[in-house]
Design a protein around this ligand. Structure first.
Ligand SMILES: CC(C)(COP(=O)(O)OP(=O)(O)OC[C@H]1O[C@@H](n2cnc3c(N)ncnc32)[C@H](O)[C@@H]1OP(=O)(O)O)[C@@H](O)C(=O)NCCC(=O)NCCS
Length: 190
């Protein structure tokens, strides 16, 4: 666990993509259902979480990559925030609010779990969504990832439906969670 509060910043330099991708590769398996094979997680990382993918996210006008850094500037975790129309029809059906932002990825190194790092990242991500004019934020989370569900519930999200997520040829039925950004409490999580 880290001892001091992390610094959260939006990544603007594509040269940082490699460092973010390294954290993504280490943390992605932490979110997978028990029994997920290394072959499946490796394939997912190769297809979705390479430095090239993150360089694309960093430079895209409709996305933000946020990182939490410790006092030595090492990355403790990251979020990917997508400010565009959801492409999945199941999501569009249960998330009618517009404009809407997807909190696409929230991943923190195991050593920083329970430290407030994830909370700082999500608070900053919701601020980005609010600043872009979104009235709600949504995310998908594995139905067996109880820790993440509990964390998102603490952060003001509630379950509104399900959607499919394919990993290693296996269909997972993720929960879809939503957080209203128009309430009197403002854009920050509780
Ligand atoms: C999800 C994640 C970002 C949450 O950050 P965190 O620092 O672990 O979150 P917190 O410790 O603040 O909150 C987690 C909650 O789950 C609880 N919890 C911890 N382990 C748990 C478990 N095995 N089962 C159920 N609840 C658990 C904690 O006690 C805490 O609840 P509480 O504050 O009410 O006691 C972080 O765990 C993570 O990066 N996990 C790996 C990647 C991942 O799963 N990302 C989400 C993908 S959708």
């Amino acid at each position: 666990m880290t001892s001091s509060a992390p610094t959260v910043e939006t990544v603007t330099d594509p040269a940082d993509a490699k460092a973010v991708a390294s954290v993504a590769a280490v943390t992605f398996p932490l979110a997978c259902p028990p029994g997920t094979t290394t072959e499946s997680t490796d394939a997912f990382v190769a297809a979705n979480l390479t430095p090239a993918h993150f360089a694309d996210h960093i430079t895209a006008s409709d996305r933000d990559v946020l990182v939490a850094r410790d006092a030595g500037r090492a990355i403790l975790g990251y979020t990917l925030v997508v400010h565009s129309e959801p492409s999945d029809p199941e999501v569009r059906e249960v998330v009618p609010m517009r404009p809407v932002t997807e909190i696409s990825k929230v991943y923190v190194l195991e050593s920083a779990h329970g430290s407030g790092t994830a909370q700082a990242l999500v608070a900053a991500s919701l601020d980005r969504a609010f600043a872009r004019g979104s009235v709600a934020a949504w995310l998908g989370v594995s139905n067996v990832n109880v820790r993440a569900q509990r964390f998102y519930t603490k952060s003001g999200f509630r379950i509104v439906g399900r959607k499919s997520f394919w990993l290693g040829g296996i269909e997972e039925r993720d929960y879809v969670m939503v957080r209203d950004l128009t309430d009197a409490a403002g854009s920050r999580p509780a």
